[in-house]
Design a binder for this molecule. Structure first.
Ligand code: NA7
Length: 540
């Protein structure tokens, strides 16, 4: 194609990813009259909800707090069937959104972005797909998702197993038949817990390989009744207004009392109540100091441990399922439905990988230091190279050939978690240092996208063809991120939230990847920057 023709056909902006963030960003940029092209690895929309088709995948935020809030018609038309919807329903919802707003015409599916580089002379980004196909645009917006770089265990023999094996993120579309099968699940994060509780009743044998137990609490899910549906639909404005006030944009907000400001009886009754309620209340609506005061945290952890002992019949098994090296809520709390009861079934066993490490995957099963077990199916619920991993898997090259991977090698450096100096005209929705990875994510995605859209509107109005965060503003924001995490118990714990992944070389040093000041404060920062004419950025 001649250069002039190619330029005429070029979009104004390229978005990478057609999950919740990419879909909404496309919708908003179209409203500005911009030409937009979205590249998506998958064959359809949905991102997280497109890939994670594993058995038991479902929300742990209330369904009606999770959907898009931008269209009252959409809110009124869509009826969630359960308080915490399962993945197939969420994927149907996102397809409904794509149809309703005719999003697919600007999305190129089955198109994996391999590299993206900025050219100072033309002030354009060039995006290269796996196929070698190249596309150019002035602005580049990443909507990669925080948990999209899946990781298999670094164990010998992973390729050798002759049965069926799946990482939960790469789950096939065709149903997997579990009847009569001997199944292994490796990993007991939020994903492994959902898998275990769902397949335990279906299989002949289930063996769970657990390295670090997690503090899991009941989801207490149920269908939404007709009256509840009416009430929900009548109160969306108030609901979304409430969600704007809580730190994680959840329906739950911390109790203003301190753990030791009430009597032991009051405390116990409060925790019993929270344990019996739906969702994240026990984590997000607990006493204000449970994640900062180790003594408060120890008491609460003891309460949850007693619940596990009550629910698991075999005391040895119960002790194995109780975390000993981290307190409740310092890692993501898996929400469960009869997870602990699964371990009362005679055909379900638990291998403590600390006691008997996995040595290799063999052609027929898994060899640990003490024995070898045969399986028909191995499920890897082994998680992700979180938050920065998806960025590392694309060759981003900014001005002067600077590689993002190199710049972030010792930890991300960003401004507002939305930009990085040296990478002009690039915006990172749900990027590191952003509030969105500690958030009921669509709520924070909408904030990110609305802010980005306002920036691009301003840029267009001012005839600006290049913007970039200043190194000074970036240094200040990055220091602010570290300061906010001081004194928080989670920052001392190994988990994906602190950037640890034993399956990825170099991911053995904890990093502060998330904004810990809460979504309202984050929003206020972003709004102030915009109100000051994009302070900390140079618009040319
Ligand atoms: P997570 O929470 O990172 O969990 C991964 C699990 O896999 C965790 O139990 C790991 O143990 C375990 N794991 C990873 N590698 C190995 C090896 N090599 N051997 C044994 N066990 C291993 O990922 P999820 O997918 O469950 O959840 C991600 C988020 O998705 C979740 O927090 C929600 O926000 C939704 P470890 O704890 O590292 O000892």
């Amino acid at each position: 194609m001649p250069v002039a023709e190619a330029a005429a056909a070029s979009p104004d902006a390229i978005i990478i990813g057609a999950g919740i963030a990419g879909m909404y960003q496309l919708y908003r940029l179209r409203q500005l009259g911009m030409r937009v092209k979205v590249f998506e690895t998958g064959s359809d929309v949905g991102g997280t909800w497109y890939w994670n088709r594993y058995p038991g995948a479902r929300f742990d935020s209330e369904s009606y707090t999770y959907g898009f809030s931008f269209s009252e018609e959409l809110l009124q038309d869509w009826s969630w069937s359960e308080h915490f919807a399962a993945q197939p329903e969420t994927l149907r919802y996102l397809n409904h959104v794509a149809d309703r707003f005719d999003l697919r015409r600007d999305i190129q599916f089955n198109s994996h972005v391999r590299a993206a580089s900025f050219d100072e002379a033309t002030r354009q980004w060039t995006v290269t797909l796996d196929t070698g196909e190249r596309h150019q645009a002035r602005f580049l917006i990443t909507a990669l998702g925080p948990l999209s770089a899946d990781t298999l265990p670094r164990l010998p023999g992973v390729d050798r197993f002759r049965g069926q094996s799946f990482h939960t993120y790469r789950w096939p579309e065709a149903p997997v038949d579990f009847a009569g099968k001997r199944v292994a699940v490796i990993g007991v994060g939020a994903t492994g817990v959902q898998v275990v509780q769902t397949i335990a009743p279906l299989v002949a044998e289930l063996c769970v390989f657990q390295r670090t137990p997690n503090w899991c609490t009941p989801l207490n899910n149920r269908p939404i009744s007709a009256e509840e549906q009416q009430r929900i639909k009548a109160s969306y404005p108030e609901l979304f207004a409430l969600l704007r006030t809580t730190p994680g944009c959840y329906i739950h907000d911390a109790d203003p009392r301190g753990t030791f400001e009430v009597t032991a009886e009051e405390r116990e009754a409060f925790w019993e109540k929270l344990y019996g309620e739906p969702g994240f209340g026990i984590w997000q609506a607990n006493f204000r100091d449970i994640l900062t005061d180790p003594a408060a945290n120890a008491l609460l952890s003891d309460f949850i441990a007693r619940q596990i002992r009550r629910r698991v019949q075999d005391p040895v098994m119960a002790e194995r399922l109780i975390p000993k090296c981290h307190g409740f809520g310092t890692r993501r709390v898996p929400q469960e439905t009869r997870y602990y009861e699964a371990f009362n079934l005679p055909h379900v066993s638990l291998v403590d990988v600390h006691e008997t490490p996995i040595e290799s995957i063999t052609e027929t099963g898994i060899r640990t230091s003490d024995t070898e077990r045969a399986f028909d199916i191995i499920i890897y619920a082994t998680g992700f190279d979180a938050i920065t991993g998806a960025f590392d898997r694309i060759e981003f090259q900014g001005s002067d050939g600077l590689r993002l991977k190199d710049k972030w090698a010792e930890g991300p450096k960003t401004y507002l978690g939305l930009q990085s100096a040296g990478f002009p005209n690039m915006l990172t929705i749900v990027g590191p240092h952003n509030a969105s990875t500690r958030c009921n994510i669509p709520r924070c995605i909408e904030q990110n996208v609305d802010w980005v859209t306002d920036l691009l509107r301003t840029a267009r109005q001012q005839g600006c063809t290049r913007f970039e965060a200043t190194p000074a503003a970036e240094a200040e924001w990055t220091a602010h991120i570290d300061t906010l995490a001081e004194g928080m118990m989670y920052a001392q714990i190994n988990s994906w939230a602190t950037g640890i992944n034993t399956n990825v070389p170099g991911r053995d040093v904890r990093r502060i990847l998330q904004y810990q000041g809460g979504a309202p404060a984050y929003r206020a920062h972003c709004d102030a920057v915009a109100a000051q004419g994009y302070a900390g950025m140079v618009l040319e």
